[in-house]
Design a protein around this ligand. Structure first.
Ligand code: PMP
Length: 344
């Protein structure tokens, strides 16, 4: 049985959070002499530490209560906070399904938390039986499920995810950084059903705001409260909050760009699959494709020499390069560079 108080680090449970000037007075009119701000300038005031305007927009878009929303400095901050809230350094462990996004492992190492990396099957599925056995391990506090998964591109089976949520008495974070590109449904609607679930999304991918650093997590109110306690008071800048609000007000552009990316992905995959050097293209629900080639190191390097930069994933998945979908022009240049390789 999941008991939040049992899995939170005791020092976090008893933590008295910092109370900012804007916590102690949150009206909008008056002369503000309380935060040691500079009275001159346009960026001189601290931003809203609770990102109320942004959360209001997200609440309407996602049909959740604002109390179920946490906004982070990118979803990388959410990953780090999760380790700091739930895992006792040098004692507790977390789990991921490998290969997956590299920051889970780096964050675990920074926080001195052990990491179980359970290998995915050759078609990148979760091994349900092996996973089920590990869920009872007492020091296992946190599981990351990246779905759609980076770098493999697939969305995990809902049944596997729900099996984990049902039988695990620690926290599960489903990282949905790429969910907007996926034809599969988000797990967001499961937060009411599973008290140990947090779903994390980001403005960095389909919303096109990687520079702004805005990640969003959805969970039961008690979990969101813990993240609020632990975050730095002004973790998301005013400029970045406004960038996300502006993007949300222009949903037509979001849809338009997403459609172009998805169409380009289909087009690019088709042409690539006809190339002799390409051995396999893994099905992808994201804005990238994982391509198995004859010799990933060589192809990656030759592409770099032609100023086309892909991600060599050979160390994670043998002879695979990961290609982000670019603009139609960029994708044509990629294909041209690959054709040049044929003539080397
Ligand atoms: N999760 C996954 C699966 C990612 O691939 C990335 C970035 N590549 C992130 C999280 C980090 O995203 P953000 O920009 O929101 O920190």
């Amino acid at each position: 049985m999941f008991n939040l108080n049992k899995i939170v680090r005791p020092n976090i449970l008893s933590l008295k959070p910092y109370s900012s000037a804007r916590d102690e007075f949150n009206g909008s009119t008056g002369i503000f002499l309380d935060a040691n701000e500079n009275p001159f300038g346009t960026l001189n005031r601290y931003p809203d530490p609770h990102q109320k305007a942004l959360k209001q927009k997200l609440a309407a878009l996602k049909n959740v209560d604002h109390a179920n929303i946490f906004v982070g400095n990118g979803s990388d901050e959410i990953i780090d906070l999760a380790f700091r809230i739930f895992c006792e350094p040098g004692k507790d462990v977390a789990m991921t399904f490998s290969p997956t996004y590299g920051m889970y492992e780096v964050s675990a190492a920074i926080n001195n938390v052990g990491l179980i990396k359970l290998p995915l099957s050759t078609d990148f599925r979760i091994d349900r039986a092996v996973t089920r056995r590990l869920l009872d391990q007492e020091d296992l506090k946190l599981i990351f499920i990246c779905s759609p998964n980076n770098p493999t591109g697939n969305t995990f089976d809902r049944k596997d995810i729900e099996m984990i949520l049902t039988h695990f008495s620690g926290m599960v974070i489903i990282d949905e950084a790429y969910i907007d590109f996926s034809p599969e449904a988000s797990c967001l609607n499961l937060i009411g059903k599973y008290p140990n679930l947090m779903v994390s999304q980001t403005f960095s991918k389909a919303w096109g705001l990687a520079a702004a650093r805005v990640g969003v997590a959805y969970a039961h109110e008690a979990i969101i409260e813990l993240f609020r306690k632990v975050k730095p008071p002004y973790n998301v800048s005013g400029l970045n909050q406004q960038a996300a609000i502006t993007a949300l007000e222009n949903q037509a552009e979001f849809e338009r760009n997403k459609e172009i990316i998805l169409k380009e992905k289909a087009k690019l995959s088709k042409v690539l699959s006809g190339m002799e050097m390409v051995k396999n293209i893994y099905p992808s629900d994201a804005n990238f494709i994982l391509v198995e080639v004859e010799n990933a190191d060589k192809i990656y390097k030759s592409l770099v020499d032609q100023q086309v930069i892909t991600r060599n994933r050979n160390s994670q998945v043998k002879n695979c390069i990961r290609i982000s979908i670019g603009t139609p022009e960029e994708n044509l240049l990629l294909l041209k560079a690959l054709k040049n390789l044929n003539h080397e």
